[in-house]
Design a binder for this molecule. Structure first.
Ligand SMILES: [Fe+2]
Ligand SMILES: [Fe+2]
Length: 157
């Protein structure tokens, strides 16, 4: 029997976690070649990372951080800190585009990767659990469907 839509399919947190896994795989791939890369190659890596990191941060900023109504101050504070780190990653990406020496571009890219990994770990260890406590499963699945539509995905319903 087909389940009602609110009881089936991935919710927004599941989808964001999957995206973390994908971005971590991309960074590991880039990191393996980073020591031998030219300035242009390092900046191309930055452009690829920018595409996935920006898309990911935008979904979190708009769907997750923007959605809930009443949240305790401590949860709001964690959300605010994550939003600040998204801005920090954007600034690092901009810095990388302006670099004119491979050694400096490599350092910016490395800092960006470190920040992204630490940021993902905090979301995975703390923020996403808090979100599951404070946002209903139905709402999270609804947001998952919205995410899927925005990305052009077909979620099983
Ligand atoms: Fe984030
Ligand atoms: Fe995230």
């Amino acid at each position: 029997m087909r389940k009602p839509i609110t009881e089936a399919g991935a919710d927004l947190i599941d989808l964001l976690l999957g995206e973390h896994g994908c971005i971590l795989a991309l960074m590991a791939h880039q990191e393996r070649r980073m020591a031998r890369m030219s300035l242009r190659e390092l900046q191309e890596c930055g452009a690829a990372l920018e595409a996935v990191l920006q898309a990911h941060a935008l979904e979190e900023d708009q769907l997750l951080f923007g959605a809930p109504g009443e949240l305790p101050a401590a949860v709001r504070g964690t959300l605010q800190a994550m939003y600040g780190e998204h801005q920090e990653m954007r600034a690092l990406l901009e810095e990388l585009k302006k670099q004119r020496q491979a050694v400096r571009a490599r350092a910016s890219l490395k800092r960006l990767m470190e920040l992204a990994r630490e940021h993902f770990a905090i979301e995975e260890r703390a923020l996403f659990g808090l979100m599951r406590q404070w946002i209903s499963p139905e709402k999270l699945r609804e947001l998952g469907l919205l995410y899927a539509r925005r990305r052009g995905m077909q979620l099983p319903g």
